[in-house]
Design a protein around this ligand. Structure first.
Ligand SMILES: [Ca+2]
Ligand SMILES: [Ca+2]
Length: 325
């Protein structure tokens, strides 16, 4: 019992960064090493976005506990989960800190046989945030042996790559899109931005005049896209609205969308007095601004103005609230 208490006290001192050890050089264990496996490790943003990396100790001789500090670039990755490896039979952890960019774990066996040889100390599950490479830096890898003496193995820092899988699997996206005030459902374009992770695209597709799903993107990369429309005379989904869809291997369908008409000056996402002015100014003209012919029937008349008046004051943000949000 006494020995166990002593071990805990010694570990506490180690954790507190005590200078007690300063006069006592490491009981060097020749050939004891600490390293990462796999190294380098890779996280695929467009895959599972997850990779387990083990902290391994090899050539250990009669060890009872560890005090490890690890740092990495938290703009690239994060440690989603920390689990104890199987090397030690850990009874107690004095420190379990997992904050973005830093990990600090200090744990000790209580009443178990000291451990020798090779094994996993910690299992870290990394998840990707942005493409890039970060070093996994062992700022500290101290261990305690059976006599409660500190041991500093030789350490090797690791490397973690966050990237996308180059073997891009193509997928499809369907949808139903129509325009208020028009019976013909064809000829409306929808756009997908360049993919967020695999950087394929941008893509566009045009609706056909069939009932049900009338829009089909084929052969697009599995990724996250910003969806938009650019239809003259209508309130559009603009790229700035940030409406995104993540495409899976199959079964991707957009929520049905019906664009509201009357946005004659359609460079903004609002139906206001300028739209009324444009349409009313073109009514009855033989030669007119095509943007005023909201319903695209070849003339500007009361039906076009009715669409403007009916949606007066409407904005895209209001009209499409909840669509892909
Ligand atoms: Ca407008
Ligand atoms: Ca018209």
């Amino acid at each position: 019992m006494k020995k166990r208490l002593w071990t805990l006290i010694m570990l506490m001192l180690m954790v507190l960064g005590s200078s007690f050890f300063a006069f006592k050089p490491a009981a060097a264990q020749t050939g004891t090493t600490v390293y990462f496996s796999p190294d380098p490790a890779t996280v695929y943003l467009n895959g599972t976005n997850s990779q387990v990396v083990d902290i391994i100790i090899a050539g250990a001789v009669d060890l009872n506990g560890f005090d490890i500090i690890l740092s990495y670039d938290d703009s690239i990755t994060n440690i989603q989960k920390v689990a104890l490896g199987g090397f030690f039979e850990i009874g107690y952890c004095m420190v379990m800190n997992n904050t973005p960019g830093n990990l600090w774990y200090a744990c000790v066996q209580t009443g178990s046989e000291p451990k020798s040889g090779i094994g996993t100390v910690l299992k870290l599950t990394f998840t990707g945030k942005n493409p890039g490479t970060t070093q996994l830096t062992l700022g500290q890898a101290r261990f305690t042996d059976k006599d409660s003496q500190p041991v500093w193995p030789a350490t090797t820092d690791g490397t973690l790559n966050v990237t996308y899988n180059a073997t891009i699997k193509p997928t499809t996206l369907g949808g139903s899109l129509e325009l208020q005030g028009r019976a013909d459902r064809g000829g409306v374009k929808m756009y997908l931005s360049q993919g967020q992770y695999v950087l394929q695209g941008p893509y566009n597709a045009t609706t056909t005049n069939v009932s049900g799903n009338n829009l089909a993107f084929t052969d697009v990369a599995m990724d996250v896209y910003t969806v938009s429309t650019a239809q003259a005379g209508y309130l559009n989904i603009s790229p700035g609205m940030g409406r995104q869809i993540a495409l899976l291997a199959s079964g991707n369908v957009l929520p049905p969308l019906r664009l509201l008409g009357g946005n004659a000056v359609w460079t903004n996402d609002e139906i206001d007095i300028n739209d009324v002015a444009l349409v009313s100014g073109e009514i009855g003209k033989i030669s007119f601004d095509p943007d005023a012919d909201i319903n695209n029937d070849g003339k500007v008349d009361i039906f076009d103005l009715a669409l403007v008046a009916g949606n007066f004051g409407m904005t895209s943000a209001i009209a499409y609230a909840g669509w892909l949000e």
